[in-house]
Design a binder for this molecule. Structure first.
Ligand SMILES: [Zn+2]
Ligand SMILES: [Zn+2]
Length: 392
């Protein structure tokens, strides 16, 4: 089959590799009809995530048609259309029983690596380095899906791929980020990052009862999306002092909740941003915490910080004193996608979400290397690209 192969930093190629095969009784093989490039794939592309190897297949947002199932998979059959959650989960361990699927104890064969780095291991994830299991990803013509009896959700033929593809990651991730804010009527929520996760977090915050949502980014077209689609109030941090603006907009108190939809490659202005860039470049800090710092200082006393953006390892110059003394709550986690699949599929049907609106580009898999480059540089209004492995 054809697949997108990671070779090195800024070097990905579409190549022929062996087709995946069933390994365990609970596996399925999926023929991938649509797959997307995620902002977190850019962390791999930019070489910021250790434990990638030349030959790894990228991609964790995909859907398609079931080709083959193992003996242990009774709920799916060849021909079914499914969306696959990016987190791989067994469905029966301590964490899965509490619907904390991204913490599954049985799906990460490299748990030892994760324990060394993070203290404890987390679930396996497709196409995302050794630390999350080293699984082959879904930017390919086919993929092996473990625990296929638990993860994938069946999709009826009246919904097309693009309406439901983002159930695999972005939509549940944005929704969980808002849910983690424990939004009360009248709340003001500020969202850093207006990529797809930020857009879905903004929409979710309104659905969950926020009175006002403030959207922060530096790309005018993304800010425009946030105000056009969701009536968010837009702030461009290249022109506005965010801390001052947030104070002014909230009577001096600060937003009730702050959502980080940016993560480890945050940009910023000023001295600290330059400090982060230098330290990350030297390898003395894995992640750039510009957004975290800003949230920790601007959130109202007693407010909530919800982190959806991906972080890898270690940061510094973090104002923990502000968090402690001002009684902030931090909530985060990789998304427990399985928990949200059915409720969010229902919401798509009801018209609460129209996820396909974030798609700005559609390309054949063969053009994936170019898509990565353009997405990374945010050329040509890139917000979200969908790859079609079987397009002519
Ligand atoms: Zn993703
Ligand atoms: Zn589990």
């Amino acid at each position: 089959m054809k697949a997108l192969i990671w070779h090195d930093k800024h070097d990905v190629r579409v190549e022929s590799v062996p087709d995946p095969v069933l390994i365990n009784p609970r596996d399925a093989i999926i023929k991938i009809t649509s797959t997307a490039i995620c902002g977190s794939d850019l962390h791999l592309y930019d070489g910021f995530v250790p434990g990638m190897h030349a030959g790894d297949i990228l991609g964790h947002e995909f859907m398609g048609e079931v080709m083959e199932v193992g003996k242990g998979v009774r709920n799916l059959k060849p021909g079914d259309r499914v969306v696959v959650p990016f987190t791989i989960a067994c469905g029966s361990c301590f964490f899965c029983r509490q619907s904390q699927h991204s913490l599954c104890e049985n799906s990460n064969p490299n748990a030892g690596i994760a324990e060394k780095f993070w203290g404890h291991a987390t679930a396996g994830v497709y196409g995302y380095a050794d630390i999350t299991g080293g699984y082959a990803g879904g930017q390919a013509e086919y993929a092996r899906v473990p625990f296929a009896d638990v993860g994938p959700i069946k999709i009826d033929d009246d919904l097309d791929d693009e309406q439901v593809l983002f159930l695999s990651d972005l939509l549940p991730t944005g929704y969980m980020a808002a849910e983690n804010c424990d939004i009360q009527p009248g709340d003001v929520v500020a969202v850093w990052g207006c990529g797809p996760v930020g857009q879905f977090a903004i929409q979710s915050a309104y659905l969950l009862g926020a009175e006002r949502v403030i959207a922060i980014d530096r790309f005018p077209d993304r800010l425009q999306m946030a105000s056009d689609w969701s009536r968010a109030e837009a702030l461009n941090y290249e022109y506005v002092n965010i801390a001052e603006a947030l104070k002014e907009m909230t009577g001096g108190r600060g937003p009730d909740a702050c959502i980080d939809a940016v993560g480890m490659e945050a940009h910023g202005t000023g001295l600290l941003a330059a400090y982060d860039r230098a330290k990350q470049w030297m390898g003395a800090e894995t992640d750039r915490p510009m957004v975290l710092r800003e949230m920790m200082r601007t959130c109202r006393n007693g407010g909530t910080i919800s982190i959806a953006g991906v972080y890898g390892g270690f940061i510094d110059t973090v104002p923990i004193g502000s968090v402690m003394n001002r009684a902030l709550t931090i909530k985060t986690g990789q998304t427990h996608v399985q928990r949200y699949l059915q409720p969010l599929l229902d919401r798509i049907r009801q018209g609460d979400f129209d996820p396909e609106r974030v798609i700005t580009h559609r390309m054949p898999l063969a053009e994936a290397p170019q898509a990565y480059r353009m997405f990374r540089d945010k050329q040509d209004g890139y917000v979200k690209v969908v790859l079609k492995p079987w397009a002519n």
